[in-house]
Design a protein around this ligand. Structure first.
Ligand code: PGA
Length: 264
């Protein structure tokens, strides 16, 4: 199990385009009750939710009014601060909504919206400028794996994403193999560890050993309550970015409580 005292594990729920703001309120309330009932220790495992933009104000109000022990963030951010960018959302706006995190470069944005490594890098810079912690997503497709082997594409994507980052920073990296997202076919813990170790090497090269040691590297792609514990046993895996299973409260809270699973 990951016992690095410098890295609090993070279980992050990426809702993608699911749940409107009313559904989000009910969901977050129930999730918080569930975690309270099960006496979840947020100091031991941090929990964050990533709702659609239109839910963020409602989620912020609920979490802050009821002092719920949940972090939250957005699923994307503009590279720009303000101006003629119809449909874009500024990091300044997200910071005003008390978002702590923002997902950047998710594979669905890279493929469905043709987001380039350069755009991802600009968004990372924009997030940091507004004190948002970027959750930088990297991952290879089946073809990438066949042509380049393991690690090569995620490593190149992370190097590119960090192009504009110079000083010691607070970031999260999520390794999400494209073939594992939403497929029910997760990577093996050994595969996740191999890539996570390579990504930590990139962090060490580019930002120094201290940042590499304290940065959380998540695994994502078909994470469930039945496989989370095996990922969390790997020394370089510090949490999970969970899609489908994060929309099911009993399942998500069981993932969050992975330390209680048999065998750990
Ligand atoms: P999944 O999605 O857990 O449904 O595979 C993960 C993600 O896209 O972040």
């Amino acid at each position: 199990m990951n016992i690095n005292p410098r890295r609090t594990p993070l279980i992050a729920g990426n809702w993608k385009m699911n749940l409107d703001h009313l559904q989000a309120i009910a969901f977050v309330q129930k999730l918080a009750w569930n975690l309270k009932d099960s006496r979840h220790d947020v100091a031991a495992v941090e929990v964050a939710v990533f709702p659609p933009f239109t839910d963020l104000r409602s989620v912020q109000t609920l979490i802050s009014a009821d002092k719920l022990p949940l972090a939250f963030g957005a699923q994307d951010v503009s590279a720009h601060d303000s101006g003629a960018y119809t449909g874009e959302i500024s990091g300044a706006f997200l910071a005003q909504l008390e978002c702590q995190y923002v997902i950047i470069g998710h594979s669905e944005r890279r493929t469905l919206h043709n987001e380039s490594d350069e755009q991802v890098a600009s968004k990372v810079t924009a997030a940091l400028k507004h004190n948002l912690v970027p959750v930088i997503c990297v991952g290879e497709s089946t073809e990438d794996l066949a042509v380049h082997g393991p690690s090569a594409v995620p490593v190149a994507q992370l190097r590119a994403a960090l192009a504009g980052v110079t000083n010691a920073v607070d970031i999260v990296v999520a390794y999400e193999p494209v073939w594992a997202i939403g497929s029910g076919q997760a990577a093996t813990p050994e595969q996740a560890e191999q890539v996570a170790a390579a990504l930590r090497g990139v962090l060490s090269d580019t930002l120094g050993q201290d940042v590499a040691d304290k940065t959380r590297i998540l695994y994502g792609g078909s994470v469930k309550s039945s496989n989370i514990a095996a990922f969390m046993r790997e020394p370089n895996v510090d949490g999970a970015l969970v899609g489908g299973a994060s929309l099911d409260i009993p399942e998500f809270s069981s993932i969050i409580r992975y330390q209680k699973h048999v065998g750990l």
